[in-house]
Design a protein around this ligand. Sequence first.
Ligand SMILES: O=C(O)[C@@H](O)C(=O)CO
Ligand SMILES: [Mg+2]
Length: 274
Amino acid sequence: MIRLAANLSMLFTEHAFLDRFAAAADAGFHGVEYLFPYAHEPMALKAALQESDLRQVLFNLPPGDWDAGERGLASLPGREAEFRDAVVEALRYAEALDCQRVHAMAGLLPADADAVVRAAHHATYLNNLRFAANEAAKVGCQVLIEPINTRDMPGYFLSRQAQAMAVLEAVGADNLRLQFDLYHCQVMEGDLIRHLERQFGAIGHIQIAGVPQRHEPDRGEIHYPAIFERLESLGYAGWVGCEYRPAGGTRQGLEWGREHGLTPDAARNTRSNG
Ligand SMILES: O=C(O)[C@@H](O)C(=O)CO
Ligand SMILES: [Mg+2]
């Protein structure tokens, strides 16, 4: 049975952020992920996890100035000191939340980037990821890299699966892994099951959504039952993050998850029964 995690940056946005944990547990989730924890003290997040008996599965490193359009620091030449601070800050949260995965977003290429600029980003990326993996290993954490589609995020440095696999190989750290988001892969490349099979040994986390609208996984062009079946036959033991924007209410849209272990209110009943 696959293990589904609720992405609290996209699901349960009907609630204030700290209330989304209980909403996720009530819907039957046992794990949560989200983009960024940094607006909250680690202790407040830890309390929210504990009160709802949830595991913290994943979050992202500080991404630079998100509101100004930045999308990560890992490949940005000249921003290495900031990237290192981001690693330290993320690992402080990871330790407090007992979270075993952090995602290091690569950042954007300038619109007019030529081969020289690309090469500089690539070299910076490798050095920064080496540093991040080394620091994360000290606290038993994995660092993840995720190819993101350039329709949603134009200019994103890491957009293809083969590029990510080459980066993992070049860095060669056991705890540097692939965040395989099937939504992004479908938009850029398709051939999902073959990608899954080829990359299986490198995968540290999986995320899902329907394509093209990034709604529930039972909407759109990806046939997730076949994906889940293959994941199970491959013996995937990690988490699958539900990183989609519900087409309507989050709870109304979760019917698809019932056959994958999402039993609404079961966890709350267990909790209230002590
Ligand atoms: O797919 C996504 O959008 C996320 O997993 C992420 O980390 C960057 O936005
Ligand atoms: Mg993703």
